[in-house]
Ligand binder design. Structure first.
Ligand SMILES: Cc1ncc(COP(=O)(O)O)c(C=O)c1O
Length: 395
């Protein structure tokens, strides 16, 4: 149902869903759709997972909200679980990915300020996406997201993605004002761009040498999506600051800025806060997500299913003229096309499949849940192949 009372911030597709189960959504018209988007990397365990539903119901019955002015044992338990899977030491809770990055940006500035740095500057990359608040569009590399929202926040210096030499140049020419590097381990919104092997390790080395914080935005890549709990673990790199959100909440709003080492205790009482952040309700759900992912081996499944899907997509689409490249890591996969196909999302949706099209309209981004089987893998591949074949046949 369209409404004149909603600000038209989204280009919405003409379908509404009323039910979700596992990898499947049912529309209000009773049509079934295979969800290879996961509400943009959120429902990694599938829709309405019984263990998550049980946690939601039990905690809603018990206690929904108290202020962070009191001890919140559920929050402490989730913090411990997050530190266990990430290797971080301390955690700040908020309500979204953008807020998690806002916290990281504030933390880096305070870290610099504590060191006597007058204009703390954060190295960020071209094509990055870190959220839609003023600070995060300023950190992000999209002129489309920034247009009309100036003046942007200062204190960022931009380098090309996957370019260590450019970061070294900043180190040499920055008057010692740089305090941190903020990057996505894989560019998500810009089209599943995977950097060269050694990129994160190289950044780690530069940060160590200059006493900068390495801050990784794992809001999309984290929580098992790439086949490890966090994408940086593929390279054995431990950041100083790690942000996460999305799949940690399985649909309830949560954001996390985690820190370790010299970043762990930068925030002190009164320096940052959030009314809802880490309330008992969302904390119990986040803990249930981690426990369930562990119990079901969801991270290993993401690696295994992702590899199967990647191989199948390459086998079927690799020689197709329309396809430039099929790339991915775990369940974060991009099919890069040579041409922009009009209404591509709608064409795929019409065949009962939910995906995303990004990277200037030429990259089909797949973010399916870590619970799909061979039949669903086949359906994803068949559907995309059929839509591309149909388009090719008519041009
Ligand atoms: C890498 C990355 N950072 C930040 C965000 C912003 O998260 P949110 O929409 O929860 O604010 C996203 C969302 O897509 C993201 O992919």
């Amino acid at each position: 149902m369209k409404s004149k009372h909603l600000m038209p911030t989204y280009g919405r597709l003409p379908v509404a869903f009323e039910r979700g189960e596992g990898a499947w959504l049912t529309s209000v018209d009773g049509e079934k759709y295979l969800d290879a988007l996961c509400g943009v990397a959120v429902t990694t365990l599938g829709h309405s997972h019984p263990a998550i539903v049980a946690a939601v119901k039990a905690q809603a019955d018990k206690l929904m909200h108290v202020s962070n002015w009191f001890e919140i044992p559920e929050q402490a338990q989730l913090a411990e679980a997050i530190c266990d899977i990430s290797g971080m030491e301390s955690v700040f809770f908020c309500n979204s990915g953008a807020e998690a990055n806002e916290a990281a940006i504030k933390l880096a500035r305070l870290y610099g300020s504590n060191k006597g740095i007058a204009k703390p500057t954060i190295v960020v990359t071209q094509d990055a996406f870190h959220g839609r608040t003023v600070a995060t569009i300023s950190a992000g590399g999209s002129s489309r997201h920034q247009a009309g929202f100036g003046p942007l926040l200062e204190g960022f210096t931009r380098v090309p993605y996957d370019d260590l030499e450019a970061v070294r140049q900043v180190a040499e020419n920055s008057d010692n004002q740089v305090v941190a590097v903020l990057v996505e381990p894989i560019l998500g919104e810009s089209g599943v761009i995977i950097p060269s092997e050694g990129y994160l390790a190289g950044l780690r080395e530069i940060c160590d040498k200059n006493e900068w914080l390495l801050m990784l935005d794992e809001i999309q890549t984290g929580m098992g999506r790439t086949g490890k709990w966090f994408a940086c673990q593929h390279e054995g790199v431990k950041p100083d600051v790690l942000t996460m959100a999305k799949a940690l909440g399985a649909g309830v709003p949560i954001g996390v800025c985690a820190a370790s080492g010299r970043a762990a205790n930068v925030f002190q009482p009164g320096t940052h806060g959030s009314t809802f952040g880490g309330g008992p309700f969302v904390s119990v759900v986040g803990k249930a997500v981690i426990d369930t992912m562990k119990a079901e081996g969801a991270v290993a499944s993401a690696a295994k299913i992702g590899e199967k899907l990647l191989v199948a997509l390459r086998a079927r689409l690799g020689d197709t003229e329309l396809v430039d490249q099929v790339r991915g890591l775990g369940l974060m996969i991009g099919v890069a096309l040579n041409v922009e196909i009009p209404n591509l999302l709608q064409r795929i949706l019409d065949q009962g499949l939910l995906v995303n099209v990004t990277g200037g309209g030429k990259i089909i981004r797949l973010l399916p849940p870590a619970i799909i089987g061979d039949a669903e893998i086949e359906q994803i591949v068949d559907t995309i192949a059929a839509v591309l074949d149909d388009f090719a046949a008519k041009v």
